[in-house]
Design a protein around this ligand. Structure first.
Ligand code: SF4
Ligand code: ZN
Length: 727
């Protein structure tokens, strides 16, 4: 039985190889072997071929060499166990199919046939970096590759909603027109996009390959595994990338061959057909291939087979709920109730109370005729007061929990929230209203989710919602005083004023040696965790990913080196990092995992540094784009002269203080400038260079080093007269 299946797989691999050979010959004939090709925004050429063989494919000629590799593999397989192929043969044929299909898709892209319409096509490096934190912290617990079409639209929607509610990222490929789950979903009005966690890769089964080409970026970017180390890459994928395939409809030989490729990566295939079960010990923890013909059980079985740990926390509200709904908007014309956003006064404020002062899970609405007003819809003022109590609650955690109120509300399907503190703006959509969702459910969500996420520090939660303008204004005054006080306390929090920093080890599930050291004046490089977040996380889970580090003795004041940090790092980085300087990029700087918001690089000619943000696709004065720069700093290693950082670190007084601080910045993108403008101007004033921001070049001024030097000279940039950066 299995041997029949393996034969089919090998046939499929040969068939894909054949198609690719023809397409490649044609392309070489019409364009010549020197014709160059690259996928958009990647530093890894054709990523799967590059990672597994070490060969950078840059031209059609390179493609011929890569295809030869697939040819050799296939002929070896054919000679090994003629007529009686083994599982190992099938897996190798799977890998050969991945090589062939990667070339085939590249050839298609060259002809301009890929990534058309709504589909994503090739997935750029940036997306792996952006989603990295969510993948390592479990917010995205798994990646489903959905191929084919469901028997009907309803089943398609049900399957995808089930994946969405579990937070799973779903990547979709069809099997030609009329057999495409993306079409089924679109007909039913399902929203696509990275934020909704449903992404269409393309209309053909071959497009499912883009999921594999994306997954391999995890071991290249985070794992720091060398291109060409095939076994190490495959081991990383099997152990750390929580992907699986759901194949809908009867598979043909080519799809089976691609499926075998997925299995070689450790991604099990769950089919809705009555297929033979395949076990591949050491590759997939449970079944490698399994048939599940009952659609009600499909997703659940897939999760079991892939061994995903999914903690779903759904508050009792009458709409779907989960992080996959966080990104959706509620448009004006679909709005039923609206609060804040310049249209009415609104705020949210979380404060600590004594255990006896509040009643757990109590939700109070205050306002004249509030029930009738909420039923009518329209624009209303809104004051949200969340009071919490708990023996382990600290006032320092108020801001940490308050910032979460935003996503707690946004995760409700059909409800939208923006901003924080006294600049919130929130909408309840007409659809949510029809499903029975009302403002009181805000209270339900807050109480349930705070207990759920912060149960270790919060024992009681009480929510008051104010709807009368005079109440909103008067409580808002109290809230504003509290925000000010909170900011003052935060401002007093410096690296010197505490004796403990925190580590963040979350990214170790992707970058095994990487450690973020988070201090009051330096947040994690992904931008998602600051010192208070880490402190609260440690209180919540003392054995979790954030651990306290006693600073110990200050060994080097200028560079920020501490004995306690060094001692901790040695252990936590598995002996790969001996010592760390917190405030320089020149010597033993912080390591990078891969999900940094920005990269800093020295510009030796200018005696300064430049900063480029993730998502910026243009050229920079060091002659590298973000994707290339980023590829040289990942994998948990120290790279003097280069470093990944969180964007808000730029305006910290400790930002490369040992190298001269912000006056070293000679170039940074306009996006960064805009995002930190106010704080930067303030910091520049403190440094005695109030007009620094204008003196810093950006992409609208130059993208190369000569015009940069000219510009810096013209504006008398301070870096030009600072001591040499190179020492
Ligand atoms: Fe990863 Fe550092 Fe962010 Fe933690 S703080 S999630 S280790 S990048
Ligand atoms: Zn990271």
């Amino acid at each position: 039985m299995s041997s029949e299946l393996y034969k089919l797989i090998i046939q499929g691999a040969e068939s894909i190889f054949g198609k690719t050979s023809v397409a490649l010959k044609e392309a070489c004939g019409s364009k010549g072997r020197d014709q160059a090709f690259e996928f958009p925004d990647t530093a890894y050429y054709l990523p799967v071929i590059y990672a597994l063989t070490g060969q950078p494919v840059r031209t059609l000629g390179d493609m011929e060499a890569a295809l030869d590799r697939a040819r050799t593999m296939l002929s070896e397989i054919a000679g090994r166990h003629p007529g009686e192929p083994t599982l190992g043969d099938a897996a190798e044929a799977g890998i050969a199919s991945l090589f062939s299909v990667e070339l085939l898709l590249a050839l298609g892209a060259m002809r301009g046939q890929e990534g058309k319409g709504d589909s994503q096509g090739f997935i750029p490096d940036t997306i792996m970096r952006t989603l990295g934190v969510q993948l390592v912290d479990g917010t995205i617990p798994g990646i489903a590759v959905l191929v084919g079409a469901a028997p009907d639209d309803e089943t398609a929607v049900k399957t995808v909603r089930e994946l969405q509610e579990k937070g799973i990222l779903t990547l979709i490929a069809g099997r030609g027109a009329g057999s495409n789950i993306a079409e089924q979903l679109r007909r039913s009005g399902v929203e696509f996009g990275w934020e909704s966690r449903i992404v269409e890769l393309g209309p053909e089964a071959a497009h499912a390959f883009y999921a594999v080409s994306w997954a391999i970026r995890a071991s290249l970017i985070y794992g720091g595994i060398k291109p060409g180390s095939m076994n190490e890459h495959l081991a990383f994928q099997r152990e750390r990338v929580p992907a699986f395939v759901i194949a809908l409809g009867a598979p043909d030989a080519e799809l089976l061959a691609l499926g075998a490729g997925a299995i070689a990566f450790g991604f099990p295939v769950i089919s809705d057909q009555d297929v033979p079960t395949v076990i591949a010990g050491g590759v997939c923890p449970n079944e490698a291939l399994v048939g599940v013909t009952d659609y009600d059980k499909l997703v659940r079985r897939a999760i079991e087979v892939r061994n995903l740990k999914i903690v779903v926390s759904k508050p009792p509200v009458p709409v779907p709920y989960g992080p996959a709904f966080e990104g959706e908007r509620v448009r004006k014309e679909n709005t039923f109730l609206e609060f804040g956003g310049q249209r009415s006064p609104a705020f949210e404020w979380l404060r600590t109370r004594g255990v006896d002062e509040i009643e757990d899970n109590r939700i109070v609405v205050v306002g004249r005729d509030w029930e009738a007003r909420l039923k009518k819809g329209g624009i209303l003022p809104l004051g949200i007061l969340v009071e919490v109590a708990g023996r382990k609650m600290q006032t320092d955690f108020e801001g940490v929990i308050e910032r979460k109120l935003h996503s707690f509300i946004n995760e409700a399907h059909g409800v939208w929230h923006m901003g924080q503190r006294d600049i919130i703006w929130t909408r309840i959509g007409k659809e949510a209203d029809r499903e029975g969702f009302t403002l009181e459910h805000f209270g339900v969500i807050y109480t349930a989710m705070i207990h759920n996420r912060f149960g270790a520090i919060v024992d009681k939660v009480q929510v008051t919602l104010y709807l009368d303008e005079e109440d909103v204004l008067s409580v808002r005054n109290e809230a504003r005083a509290a925000y000010l006080e909170r900011d003052r306390r935060l401002g007093d929090l410096t690296d010197e004023s505490v004796d403990t920093f925190f580590s963040c080890l979350l990214c170790q599930s992707f970058a095994p040696n990487h450690v973020c050291v988070i201090s009051p004046e330096r947040l994690g490089l992904c931008g998602a965790y600051n010192w208070l977040d880490a402190k609260a996380a440690f209180e919540i889970d003392p054995t979790g990913g954030n651990q306290p580090i006693l600073k110990g003795e200050l060994l080097d004041e200028r560079y920020g080196r501490y004995s306690g940090i060094d001692g901790y790092l040695k252990k936590a980085s598995r002996d790969t990092i001996e010592t760390l300087n917190m405030y320089t990029i020149m010597e033993n700087p912080m390591t990078s995992c891969g999900c940094f918001e920005c990269v800093i690089a020295i510009v030796p000619e200018a005696n300064g540094i430049m900063i480029v943000n993730r998502g910026f696709e243009g050229m920079t004065p060091v002659g590298m784009k973000f994707s290339t720069l980023a590829a040289s700093v990942g994998g948990g290693v120290q790279t003097p002269g280069f470093m990944g950082i969180g964007i808000n670190f730029i305006t910290s007084p400790k930002f490369i203080r040992g190298d001269g601080g912000i006056r070293r910045i000679v170039w940074m993108t306009t996006e960064i400038k805009e995002r930190i403008r106010d704080a930067f101007i303030k910091r520049a004033g403190e440094e005695g260079t109030p007009d620094l921001l204008e003196k810093i070049a950006d992409e609208t001024i130059c993208e190369e080093v000569e015009p940069l030097m000219e510009y810096l000279g013209r504006v008398s940039h301070p870096a030009l007269v600072m001591p040499s950066l190179l020492g």
